[in-house]
Design a protein around this ligand. Sequence first.
Ligand code: G6P
Ligand code: MG
Length: 220
Amino acid sequence: MTRPPFPTAVIFDLDGVLVDTARFHLAAWRRIADELGFEFDDEVGEALKGVGREAALLVLTRSGGVELDAATAERTAQRKNRYYNESLATLDASAFLPGAEAALGWLHGRGIPIALASASRNARTILVACGIEDRFDAIVDGTSVPLAKPDPAVFLAAAAAIGVDPSEAIVFEDAIAGVDGALRAGCRVIGVGDPAVLLRAELTVPDLTGVDWPALMGRA
Ligand code: G6P
Ligand code: MG
């Protein structure tokens, strides 16, 4: 299938793209590393982004040379989620990252299909807290697709849910795992963050204010 000249749909990652929650995930993982007695390394922090909770714990413990049995790993992942949820308790619309609310409004106003593709099982809580649940034509998260990024499953499910071929969708991602998963799904990808980190994205913007939506989508 030949790619249309402009994307016909947009798929957003949530944490670190639309809302400023990536730092809460990192703070919770840092606390776990402290408890397990090793130092949290910022490079490992990048590798944890976009990765599902249990897989992220494994990446973290390996980085610290620690091995947990299955029961301890499960309890540790639950504890991390408790710490994370403590920081979500006060979350509201002030957590939007720059340009996020305007982007959703612009796309929604033109009837352009919007999907969420997040590895998080807390995604819906966050959307509700920020009052943007109704902006999405489809919400695919860690509760609906167990295979986390870089597996392409979450992006394939998101494209299918809004009725487009993955090649017609443009994905916004702040995680290396997310960029790779979206590319594997056959989507176009714009990185949100540091171009030196998100090397495989076709373009990287510091935040969504850096996107010229009419030019990108071929719409006035
Ligand atoms: C997002 C975040 C990851 C997090 C994952 C699972 O993709 O970028 O840092 O590990 O979701 O989140 P959860 O809220 O289910 O623990
Ligand atoms: Mg993210």
